[in-house]
Design a protein around this ligand. Structure first.
Ligand code: CA2
Length: 148
C-alpha cells in the first residue's frame, strides 16, 4: 500500500506561526509521524507540500503513474477555491481524504465551502495535527477492506 501525503499552501509554516490555531508541530514532524504510523500498519508514504496550485496538480497527475493507492490531502486555502485541484483528483480517480487541522466550518464564512468534501472518502477536521494520523489509519483501513 502506497500513500501520498499532500499539503497545500502555507502549511510549510506549521510550528512557526499561529500555534493557537495550527499547533506546535512542524510539517516535518507530521510527515515523520505519518510515515511511522503507516509503516506500523504495513504501508509506505511519500510526502509533498507546495504553495503553488499547479505543482499540486502535477503531483496528483504523477501519483497516477506511481501506483499511489490513496492520497491524504490538506488542500489548505485551495479547499475553498480550487476547481482545478478537484478536477485533478477526479481525473486520476485515486481515493483521497480531505484533512484540516482546524474546523473550517467553525471559522469565517469564506471557509464554509469545500470543493473536495463531496468526493472525498473521508473528511477529518478539527482534530489538530493528530487528524493526519487519524486520516492515515482510515486510509489504510479503507485500502485493506478493498483488498479483502
Ligand atoms: O485547518 C486547516 O488545516 C486548513 O486547511 C488550513 C488552511 C486554511 O486556509 C483552511 O481554511 C483550513 C491554512 C493553512 C495555513 O497554514 C499555516 C500554518 C502555520 C502558520 C500559518 C499558516
Amino acid at each position: 500500500m502506497h500513500l501520498l501525503l499532500l499539503n497545500g499552501p502555507n502549511l510549510n509554516l506549521l510550528g512557526t506561526r499561529e500555534p493557537e490555531i495550527y499547533g506546535a508541530e512542524t510539517l516535518a514532524d507530521i510527515e515523520q509521524q505519518v510515515a511511522a504510523k503507516a509503516e506500523q500498519l504495513g504501508a509506505q508514504v511519500v510526502s509533498f507540500q507546495s504553495n503553488a496550485e499547479h505543482e499540486l496538480i502535477e503531483r496528483i497527475h504523477q501519483a497516477s503513474h506511481e501506483s499511489i493507492d490513496f492520497i491524504v490531502f490538506n488542500p489548505a486555502a485551495y479547499t475553498h477555491t480550487s476547481v482545478a485541484l478537484r478536477d485533478a483528483l477526479t481525473a486520476v480517480a485515486i481515493p483521497f481524504s480531505e484533512v484540516h487541522i482546524s474546523d473550517p466550518e467553525q471559522r469565517e464564512p469564506f471557509r464554509q465551502q469545500s470543493f473536495f468534501s463531496d468526493i472525498a472518502v473521508h473528511v477529518v477536521k478539527g482534530l489538530g495535527t493528530q487528524g493526519y494520523l487519524v486520516a492515515t489509519e482510515q486510509a489504510i483501513e479503507f485500502l485493506t477492506s478493498q483488498i479483502r
